[in-house]
Design a protein around this ligand. Structure first.
Ligand SMILES: Cc1ncc(COP(=O)(O)O)c(C=O)c1O
Length: 369
């Protein structure tokens, strides 16, 4: 077995879902975020298990993701948080996929296309309350939202936004966004004469900002077992994904032996170097060169030399006894030793999200639990 594989523990996912639901209570819905192939875990399997345990709303970034997910979660509603092309209106209605409306131009085009097909398109209005990315800004809300609400073929069912920063040490930043959201939401509800389904929080806001829960939360990273931070004791989430492979060659080398491109590492004593068939092509970041560790035979072993496209090299120490075929853990647990995505992220100056979503889709996902 030359290739690495990803082990996804759907039992851990189910436990995480249960813990999150317990904390949310009955009044606030949970919308699992399954974009980027469920953060690398496999959107279909994650969606299917989440639906089996009582989840009926899902979130993706793109229409293509929603269409791919739909057969696995038939009967559920999927909200697409990116910009959906107006030409997709018939498909959206037929598949119960809800787009967000992000600008007046977008709204007018969706409205026209829906009208041309004799349809009324359910949508959520996206308010940009400070993220500066998608949606109607608070600066234009008063002028534009009345025109959006007057479009006859849009059935505005929800209103949403996204926090740019949730910082317990600087609550004013999120506070300003909450105020802007409150204003935009109230205006829409007044214009339409009915209450809208409101959602604004992702994982961090869910943890730190009870005022931001509204009707539902869009939870991604917590579902996959990361990001609980100081809440980990009361919310004992478990990482869902492990990444594994096997040793493909072991060589015993003398002191002063160069390893990898440009010999960026030399052995300081005789040692065993294990080669593993995995590299940055698979999503093992090159920034882990001479920094990362892997687990073999229950111990941490340093990645030495540069990570190359398809192989990495690991210093196993003299007389390691390590053999071709031994299991290697890149992310996960082996005996008492553990390496998780936040550790690798720290070494690479990034976040666990990037470590997880960079694990290449071409690698086999094995589902357990
Ligand atoms: C619009 C939106 N909502 C929700 C989420 C989920 O965020 P998290 O994984 O931090 O819960 C994201 C993630 O990037 C997002 O872009």
């Amino acid at each position: 077995m030359n290739h690495s594989w990803v082990e996804v523990d759907l039992g851990a996912l189910q436990d995480n879902l249960r813990l999150l639901r317990q904390r949310l209570g009955e009044q606030v819905g949970l919308m699992p975020v399954l974009k980027a192939n469920a953060y690398g875990h496999g959107a279909l399997e994650v969606g299917r298990r989440a639906q089996q345990t009582g989840t009926h709303w899902f979130v993706t970034a793109h229409l293509q993701e929603a269409l791919g997910l739909k057969p696995a979660v038939d009967g559920a509603r999927i909200l697409v948080m990116g910009v959906v092309e107006p030409t997709a209106v018939e498909l959206l209605v037929a598949q119960n996929i809800i787009p967000i409306v992000t600008s007046e131009e977008h709204a007018v085009a969706l409205n026209a296309e829906a009208g041309a097909h004799g349809l009324r398109l359910p949508v959520h209005v996206k308010l940009d309350t400070g993220m500066g990315r998608l949606g109607f800004t608070w600066l234009e809300a008063d002028a534009v939202l009345p025109r959006i609400c007057a479009l006859p073929n849009l059935d505005i069912q929800g209103v949403c936004s996204h926090f740019a920063a949730v910082d317990p040490d600087d609550p004013a930043r999120a506070g300003v966004q909450l105020e802007r959201f409150g204003h935009g939401r109230a205006l829409l509800e007044q214009l339409l004469g009915r209450r809208l389904f409101a959602h604004m929080s992702s994982s961090r806001a869910f943890l730190h900002l009870p005022e931001g829960l509204f009707d539902a939360v869009r939870i991604g990273i917590l579902l996959y077992g990361y990001g609980a931070g100081a809440f980990q004791d009361e919310l004992p989430l478990r990482p869902v994904l492990q990444w594994k492979t096997r040793v493909i060659q072991v060589k015993s080398v003398p002191a002063g032996f160069p390893v990898g491109y440009y010999g960026s590492w030399h052995s300081s004593e005789p040692t065993d170097i294990a080669t593993i068939a995995l590299g940055y092509d698979d999503g093992y970041l090159r920034a882990l060169s001479n920094k990362g560790h892997v687990l073999i035979r229950g111990a941490r072993r340093p990645v030495v030399g540069r990570v190359s496209m398809n192989w990495i090299t690991v210093d196993c120490g003299p007389g390691s006894g390590i053999r071709v075929g031994d299991e290697v853990v890149l992310l996960g647990r082996q005996e008492a030793a553990e390496i998780w995505a936040d550790e690798l992220a720290g070494l690479c100056g990034t976040i666990a999200y990037e470590i997880l979503t960079c694990i290449h889709p071409h690698l086999e996902r094995r589902y357990i639990g």
